[in-house]
Unconditional design. Structure first.
Length: 380
């Protein structure tokens, strides 16, 4: 039987707050450290190095890794972790280059959501910019559920194949990621802000607000079988948004910020009136989501709202009929899977400069299936 590698695949560098979270998925018990600028970073809990987790996570300040331009992962299989010793395999190290998102004239972002298990075609589509990619955004529902570990780790798998650990990523969760046994372990498997999946990201000239809507139906829906408590989470998230709106030092107000984008799997300004015989199950949280939209409009003034969920590739203007709660910026819906016949996956290639975001919807062969140009408003 072939020997299992210690790392499932190489690391993925995710941006959260002002840090990178370097995520290393592993196949077996291992002690791992990441070295940046001669400083070692460990995956530990209150000082105890973790060796038994499926994904080891390392928080590194952005400025450190941006300045270093590379990092080294040192990994060592744990054979027997005992009370008074630890038998380990040979230490192996691998160095990865890293390209910081610099404040240059044009930025290249690729956004994909709703792959729903389509791996190969999603990797091909997300590779559109090749070496020019500055940031990869995987915006939820990359798998159709998290019944297995492989499904839960698919976003990292795709992110590594596209970036090879050398380009920053933002990875959010969608509603389908919340189904199945492994969903309850997502904070150990995905980037988060101390367990919360809504947070700010300040990276180069970009400020991103990552929102987490949880599921798309009310918590008492029969499909969840009593496992959902998303209303509670959304109330906490409302408090977070209020604090953000009232914080004079919030990241989006920093002078270096040129772009303020929201990244959210679900477009909260759209009341989804689909009715698969269930009395509009997707039209939820009207009061709360209206409050979120008002908070965004009054404080953050986003220039673009990046969403998925609807399996479309389109841009909504401010006056589009879908903008029912009156969000004061355009919306990009980027993620359309094609499961039948010629399997495919459409995402959006964004070229962003001071004035505009040029959007190309592209597929696995990098064919352009539509273009849009969004004017980016300025000022907070
Ligand atoms: Fe979705």
């Amino acid at each position: 039987m072939p020997k299992k590698r210690i790392m499932r695949h190489g690391p993925v560098v995710c941006a959260v707050g002002c840090d990178y979270q370097i995520l290393v998925p592993v196949n077996c018990d291992a002690l791992i450290k990441v070295i940046v600028n001669d400083k070692s970073y460990f995956c530990h809990q209150n000082g105890i190095r973790r060796s038994d987790c499926a994904v080891q996570q390392f928080a590194v300040p952005m400025r450190e890794l941006d300045q270093a331009g590379s990092y080294t992962v040192v990994y060592q299989k744990v054979i027997d972790r005992r009370a008074y010793s630890c038998r380990k395999g040979k230490a192996v190290s691998k160095t990865f280059t890293f390209k910081a998102l610099k404040d240059k004239k044009e930025l290249h972002l690729y956004v994909m959501s709703d792959c729903h298990g389509i791996r190969k075609e999603a990797i091909e589509a997300c590779s559109y910019f090749q070496d020019e990619l500055d940031l990869l955004i995987l915006n939820g529902d990359v798998s159709s559920s998290c019944e297995t570990l492989d499904q839960a780790l698919l976003p990292l798998d795709i992110a590594y194949e596209v970036t090879k650990g050398s380009v920053p990523c933002v990875i959010t969760r969608g509603n389908h990621d919340l189904r199945g046994d492994f969903a309850q372990h997502l904070t150990d498997l995905m980037p988060s802000n101390h367990g919360r999946m809504y947070y700010q990201v300040s990276i180069g000239p970009l400020w991103l607000l990552v929102l987490d809507c949880g599921e798309d139906k009310n918590d008492d829906h029969r499909e969840y079988g009593g496992t959902a408590a998303f209303h509670e989470m959304r109330l906490e998230e409302t408090d977070f948004l209020k604090r953000l709106a009232n914080d004079p030092y919030a990241g989006f107000r920093a002078p270096a910020v040129r772009y303020r984008f929201v990244v959210s799997h679900v477009p909260v300004h759209f009341r989804n009136k689909d009715d698969p015989g269930d009395h509009f199950p997707f039209d939820i949280e009207n009061e709360l989501y209206t409050e979120w939209v008002d908070l965004l409009n009054c404080s953050v003034h986003p220039q673009l709202y990046i969403a998925g969920h609807l399996h479309r590739k389109e841009v909504w203007t401010v006056d589009a009929e879908h903008n029912e709660r009156g969000l004061a910026c355009p919306t990009l819906i980027a993620g359309k899977p094609v499961h039948h016949g010629n399997r495919n996956c459409f995402g959006a290639a964004l070229t962003v400069n001071d004035e505009t975001a040029e959007i190309r919807f592209t597929d696995k062969r990098h064919r352009i299936a539509g273009t849009e140009t969004i004017k980016l408003g300025r000022g907070v």
